[in-house]
Design a protein around this ligand. Structure first.
Ligand code: ADP
Length: 380
């Protein structure tokens, strides 16, 4: 298509129609320039379309073919409206053709292979040396990931605000009542103080989890993989959560088929604490919790935490590791959950170059598996 553009361009540009003094040399130069431009345009990851005043393509690159699909192009015979049905884009091209001015569009949606994508579009006029417009060129830049990140940020801020507001509203309500009681010389209701205490704990927990996630996201503290004894680590963490287990009369069973794991000591503790916390929280009294360490033939180490809790139906598995995603919102909050524990685990595992997943069915308990890659030295 580049070739067609150059031919046409040369034809329509008055200066270039004159016979140059050394025709062979000039022809070689033009060909070299054309080849350079052709390589350049092919290497650009953005989709490019140039059209003439009749709205027929002057040139386009491979990325543009991928963007709209070969069939819509009809071997370059399609007009703009047949290639691109979006009225905003068509309008933008027409504006540039008639006004000779640049037109920018931010994040226009476009369905590509059944996937909704977003493109920023910048359309510039193509002008002859006498400044008359003979076409317009549009550059489509894929901003889907940016748009997704922006949407996630908006949702995240809304979620955080909501999570902070709930305990704060409760604290405010009870302190107001306590103040009124104090002014009226009424005795202090200790249940009110306990509620305030519980809600401040919840806020602290939430803020600590948020700070943790932010540190992991920003990568400020780099993770260092060390050789850690699975037995020593597990016994230490089980001792930390022992009180919760005993309070619910839950049994714990440990299996060590891998003696060591290569991981960041602080972060792997966090993974195990979060998984054991959840297992205990969601498993009814008297239930069984198992921690299994194993090794795959590839050398990867697997940590499995298995419980006899209510289980999680399949439809939630994909979203379970998202920030603030909860299967049962009320239950999670009642048990002091922040909805961030699994998101932190996912983040830690990906920083280790590993993975985490869940296998679970309603009524059959849950198994969370963390996969640590074979010794890799330094992580994240
Ligand atoms: P939370 O603080 O709410 O526990 P998590 O990120 O740790 O947040 O977990 C997200 C959600 O996944 C929980 O709200 C809960 O619905 C579900 N979940 C996590 N672990 C288990 C488990 N062992 N058994 C059943 N459901 C679980």
């Amino acid at each position: 298509m580049i070739r067609r553009f150059f031919k046409k361009h040369a034809r329509t540009a008055p200066e270039e129609s004159k016979t140059p003094p050394n025709a062979t040399e000039t022809f070689e130069e033009v060909r070299a320039q054309r080849d350079e431009l052709s390589t350049l345009v092919a290497g650009i990851s953005d989709a490019i379309l140039a059209i003439d005043l009749e709205e027929s393509p002057l040139f386009y690159n491979t990325q543009f073919v991928v963007l709209i699909g070969q069939e819509r192009l009809n071997h370059g015979r399609s007009k703009l409206i047949e290639m691109i049905r979006d009225p905003d884009i068509v309008h933008a091209f027409r504006y540039t053709l008639t006004e000779g001015k640049v037109f920018n569009l931010k994040a226009v949606p476009h369905v590509q292979n059944d996937r909704k994508k977003f493109f920023s579009l910048s359309i510039s006029p193509l002008k002859r040396p006498d400044r008359t417009v003979y076409g317009a060129v549009g550059i489509f830049h894929d901003v889907t990931e940016l748009k997704k990140a922006e949407q996630m940020r908006i949702e995240f801020v809304a979620n955080v605000s909501h999570e902070l507001r709930t305990p704060l509203t409760s604290i405010k309500g009870y302190t107001d009542t306590l103040l009124e009681d104090a002014k009226a010389n009424r005795p202090v209701e200790s249940a009110f103080l306990e509620t305030i205490h519980r809600n401040t704990d919840r806020l602290m927990h939430l803020i600590n989890d948020l700070l943790d996630l932010s540190a992991l996201d920003s990568g400020v503290d780099s993770l260092v993989a060390e050789k850690i004894s699975t037995e020593e680590l597990t016994h230490r963490i089980v001792a930390q959560v022992r009180r919760n287990l005993e309070a619910k009369d839950q049994r714990i069973e440990l299996k060590f088929r891998a003696a060591y794991v290569f991981a960041d000591p602080k972060r792997i503790e966090q993974v195990l604490v979060n998984l054991l916390d959840n297992a205990s929280k969601y498993t009814p009294a008297g239930g069984l919790i198992q921690v299994h360490w194993g090794e795959e033939s590839s050398g990867d180490t697997l940590l499995e935490v298995i419980d006899t809790g209510p289980g999680i139906s399949n439809e939630h598995h994909d979203r379970l590791f998202e920030r603030f995603y909860r299967v049962d919102k009320g239950r999670s909050r009642d048990t002091g959950g922040t909805g961030l524990g699994l998101a932190i685990i996912k983040n830690i595992m990906s920083r280790h170059g590993g993975a985490v997943w869940v296998e679970s069915e309603i009524g059959k308990g849950s198994k969370f598996t963390c996969q640590f890659p074979a010794q890799s030295g330094t992580a994240g």
